[in-house]
Design a protein around this ligand. Structure first.
Ligand code: HEM
Length: 433
């Protein structure tokens, strides 16, 4: 993309909304406050703000979008046929500038990404991907995930013996999912580091209101990532391996498969969606279990609680705080009329603390019977494609770590990532013995 186009794109999609949201925040607008408070202090616990939004009713109107946080309403919106995924609805001059300046390389929330398409395209992509990404395929990855976790823990054990303090995000939480995803995508060992770097650099692409430098760096990372994926897919076509991406390259629905751009978009999304989020699940889980030692004791005494513990972590501190939809026709949400073309922000993290669904929602409880009712994986046709994989990685990753290092203690210096929609740790220093 030329620098001029890039600057226009940044202006329309980041600088202007950011300035306007900042102004609106001063007037108390709740959506704007959500944006500014999460932007300025990513470590901030937004629970108080979610409670405030919840108390104001099932649907409230912010300056730029409606906000919904009640569990049933969030679910209704996400499963509605009256909305489409994505929030890019500006019309007039801004809309035309936005269309003109759209980047010509892949972006996780621009078509043909699954996250930005709707039926019939979405149905076709999703059918092809789920044909490859079956429950059986995920189950087959279980043993491999256990081996990967064990290898990483062996390396950590050596460092622990040397008395070193380790950053668990860097040395464990990020390496476990990236290694699993790299196997799914058939990425050779020597390129994994590159995938990790590009994935991390591209992560802020979901956020609104990025500063110019971050926008430029993220755009560059997405461009490099796209080019790398093109080369990688070409290599897999020549030499298909025993991996899910090779199977996706060959998959056909009524004789039609994914074209090159669709394949890059899908592989890129699986990589990006499957990696950053799971890193956050592991990091958030480690921190929560250390902050609540009595809960950790319960899972230790009854390891059958691990699966539920992962769901409770996802409920209590979800890696994806919110998502957005645009109404495609005049409709009603929670009994209120909403015009076509309106933006609706669905607060997944808010729904997960709905007192009407979860007793005592602000308590972290690994024995909670209905923790699995959380909406951390969204709902409806865009329901997370990797939910089973993420749960499996979360369970194995957390259990293996706490089994190997029962006395693990966190040290000062933990820090959250500066991303806003994705929430998780960037650094989690620990002493392992
Ligand atoms: C804890 C880990 C994870 C969380 C919290 C998470 C969360 C989500 C959420 C909230 C969405 C839907 C967003 C929306 O409705 O707008 C989503 C979609 C998606 N996720 Fe995940 N995810 C996780 C792990 C994974 C993994 C491991 C993979 C891949 C292997 C993956 C692949 C995808 C894909 C491809 C979509 C798009 C589905 C569609 O639009 O049809 N995710 N995820």
């Amino acid at each position: 993309m030329s620098l001029a186009k890039m600057a226009v794109r940044w202006g329309v999609t980041h600088a202007m909304p950011r300035a306007a949201l900042r102004r609106a925040a001063d007037t108390g607008d709740l959506q704007a406050r959500l944006f500014t408070e999460s932007a300025e202090t990513p470590t901030l616990d937004l629970t108080g703000l979610f409670d405030e939004i919840h108390a104001r009713g099932p649907i409230i109107r912010g300056k730029y979008s409606y906000l919904v946080s009640h569990h049933s309403v969030v679910r209704d919106v996400l499963t509605s046929q009256d909305v489409r995924a994505g929030v890019d609805n500006a019309d007039g001059v801004l809309g035309r500038l936005g269309t003109w300046s759209v980047s010509n390389h892949l972006h996780p929330v621009e078509p043909p990404s699954l996250l930005a398409t709707e039926p019939p395209e979405h149905t076709r992509y999703r059918k092809l991907v789920t044909r490859v990404f079956t429950a059986r395929a995920v189950e087959n990855l279980r043993t491999r995930t256990e081996e990967i976790a064990a290898d990483l823990l062996d390396a950590l054990e050596q460092r622990a013996r040397a008395g070193e303090e380790v950053d668990l995000v860097q040395a464990y939480c990020s390496l476990l999912p990236v290694t699993v995803i790299a196997e799914i995508l058939g990425v050779p060992d020597h390129e994994r580091h590159k995938v990790l770097t590009l994935g991390t650099a591209a992560a802020p692409s979901l956020d609104l209101g990025m500063p110019w430098r971050q926008f430029r760096d993220t755009d560059r990372a997405l461009g490099e990532f796209d080019a790398w994926l093109g080369d990688h897919l070409a290599a897999l076509k020549e030499n298909p391996g025993d991996n899910l991406l090779s199977k996706l390259v060959a998959a056909r629905e009524d004789g039609v498969g994914l074209n090159d751009k669709e394949l890059r978009a899908t592989a890129g999304l699986v990589l990006a969606a499957g990696f950053e989020t799971t890193v956050n699940l592991l990091g958030n889980g480690i921190a929560l279990l250390r902050e609540h030692p009595e809960q950790l004791d319960k899972v230790r005494q009854d390891p059958s609680l691990w699966a539920g513990t992962v769901d409770e972590v996802l409920r209590f501190d979800p890696p994806v705080l919110l998502t957005g939809r645009t109404t495609v026709r005049d409709t009603e949400i929670a009994g209120k009329p909403v015009r076509a073309g309106s933006l609706v922000t669905t607060l997944l993290a808010g729904a997960n603390r709905d007192p009407g669904v979860f007793d005592d929602p602000h308590t972290f409880d690994v024995t909670r019977p209905n923790a699995r009712e959380h909406i951390a994986f969204s709902s409806g046709r865009h329901y997370c494609l990797g939910a089973a994989l993420a749960r499996m990685e979360g369970e194995i990753g957390l259990r293996a770590l706490f089994d190997r290092f029962p006395d693990l203690s966190l040290r000062p210096g933990a820090a959250h990532r500066p991303t806003r929609i994705l929430r998780g740790y960037e650094k989690l220093p620990a002493r392992l013995t």
